[in-house]
Design a protein. Structure first.
Length: 230
């Protein structure tokens, strides 16, 4: 009996030692940590899942939209030309120089994500006469870029070959002749759209509301630096 009681006391002492030891403190947080990992892992998967799916669906929808209007094997976004595939110097549809500047003929023109009516409208041009740069052609559609760097596809019927330019980036002196020594006839405010009558090597003859004069090319957006015409 004495041996049994002694053994029993030793067993109880061992149980008390185990309960007061470090494993009890680690055991619960460890199990809790595993549970939290599983719970938050599921929560994160659920939170990220729909967003990822939405992006994938949007990408699929965009690809599906591009398919009816794009030629087989061609992307609607030409992107920058690689060294192996230089950018074309003439448009494949019109045979006109590429890139080139045109102006907006309409007072309102939808700018679409791709070359076709099935593509979504990203924004709307609302300024008749604004200059635009044509950077790609496909059928009746022209991919254009505006002065702020935005680009999209516009139907060719919305565009005109009449040349215009925006005064940028600051107010500019409109001179009587193509020379800094020539008298100033007016001052052109930034953002004003002017009709371009002719361009030489460094200057362009412009017109607005009965006022005509010359501005340096560096003060205009809508004409190329090496462009000469009259």
């Amino acid at each position: 009996m004495t041996g049994e009681r002694t053994g029993d006391r030793q067993a109880r002492a061992r149980r008390r030692t185990w309960r007061r030891g470090p494993f009890r403190r680690l055991g619960r947080p460890l199990r809790l940590g595993i549970s939290l990992t599983l719970i938050f892992g599921i929560a994160l998967t659920l939170a990220l899942g729909p967003a990822t799916s939405a992006r994938a669906q949007a990408a699929s929808a965009s690809t599906a939209q591009a398919a009816p209007d794009a030629p087989s094997g061609a992307a609607t976004d030409p992107g920058p030309a690689s060294a192996a595939e230089p950018a074309p110097t003439t448009g494949p549809v019109t045979g006109l120089p590429m890139p080139r500047y045109v102006s907006l003929k309409a007072t309102k023109a939808n700018v679409r994500r791709g070359p076709g009516m099935t593509h979504r409208v990203d924004w709307v041009f609302m300024r008749r006469g604004m200059p635009l740069e044509v950077i790609a052609e496909y059928g009746h559609w022209r991919r254009v870029r505006d002065q702020e760097g935005g680009f999209g596809w516009v139907h060719y019927s919305m565009l005109s070959g009449v040349r215009t330019a925006l005064v940028t980036p600051v107010e500019a002196d409109l001179r009587e002749d193509a020379s800094t020594a020539s008298p100033v006839v007016a001052r052109a405010a930034p953002g004003v759209v002017l009709k371009v009558e002719a361009c030489g090597r460094d200057w362009c003859e412009v017109y607005k509301d009965g006022v005509e004069g010359w501005l340096p090319k560096t003060a205009l957006w809508g004409v190329a630096g090496d462009e000469i015409f009259d």
